[in-house]
Design a protein around this ligand. Sequence first.
Ligand code: NAI
Ligand code: MG
Length: 353
Amino acid sequence: MQKTYKIASIPGDGIGKEVVPHGQIIADVAARQHGFAIEWTVFDWSCETYLETGQMMPDDGIEQLKKFDAIYLGAVGWPTVPDHVSLWGLLLPIRREMNQYANIRHIRLLDGVQSPLAGRSPEDIDFIVVRENVEGEYSELGGRMNRGTPDELAIQEAVFTRKGTDRIMKYAFELAQKRARKQVTSATKSNGIKHSMPFWDERFAAMSAQYPDISTNQFHIDILTAHFVRNPDWFDVIVASNLFGDILSDLGPAIAGSIGIAPSANINPEREFPSMFEPVHGSAPDIAGKGIANPIGAIWTIAELLEHLGENAAAAQIEAAMQQSLMHDETKTADLGGSATTQGCVDTILNAM
Ligand code: NAI
Ligand code: MG
């Protein structure tokens, strides 16, 4: 019997709606060639839905998503709705309630793409940022007092649990074991942050001891950002807290070319819930509706989704085809200095497949 995967697709807003349908078509083509099928269910959850219904998704939205094998999301956010409403109404509840505690960003300079760093080629930039996605600095704990007075104050607590810290580090080490270089770098700040970061360092040392085959190092987050720019070739897998990982996972794609290319994944490693895959970019209101958005981010993302489902050959085929579209100006979109439309780039990829 042919295997059929159930995938929930949430195109979302702006260019999300333009690129996600192409990702679905490309996944279907790969599926046909590799002997499996995909049953798509498309949800129109978006800022548009919010303006009509007052909700980004229905009350039972999370329940509906739980029965899928994976979630494919475009981008959420539009100028007519405050960003904290769209984020807390859709993306964050999915990440948190599905326990997608590992946020993964693969940063690779692809052939045919120019890095903003002078003189860098694909062999210099190939690493993965593993960001803790549900605790750390992004917590609801804290409060404000004496509002509007000269004694006004705000307190924001960061939460680092042993369970949460160990499991993200374990994920990073196991990921490194699958890679040629077998190295994990810890992003820390134990010189300035007195309690949580020394704890983070202790757990990193304890975890390192369990993986003698993996080499390790650590940098304070400030100098680490400088090394991303000056020495991107030093890195393989980087593990970071929620805030530090957030920063590194935007800096990473920036040095690898265009934000229009980069994929990201929100993983529930235990597979109790579906994982969610989304391009790094947002809804791009400035170019939405013009048919010029770079579809590669969404396409690389669907390849990573298929890899997560165990369809490695299909994923590899998509990545190889995607790579071909980057080799000529006529088949690249404008953000990469090319002249192709979204459709033109997609057609090249489909032909290559
Ligand atoms: P953005 O990623 O939408 O756009 C930043 C710049 O990059 C823009 O100039 C845009 O034209 C360009 N760009 C982005 N993707 C591109 C692509 N595929 N091809 C060509 N150019 C591309 O970020 P921005 O403007 O800060 O946010 C716009 C909206 O998207 C906001 O409402 C924001 O909250 C939301 N957003 C949602 C994300 C998500 O769903 N995970 C992530 C980032 C932003
Ligand atoms: Mg970010």
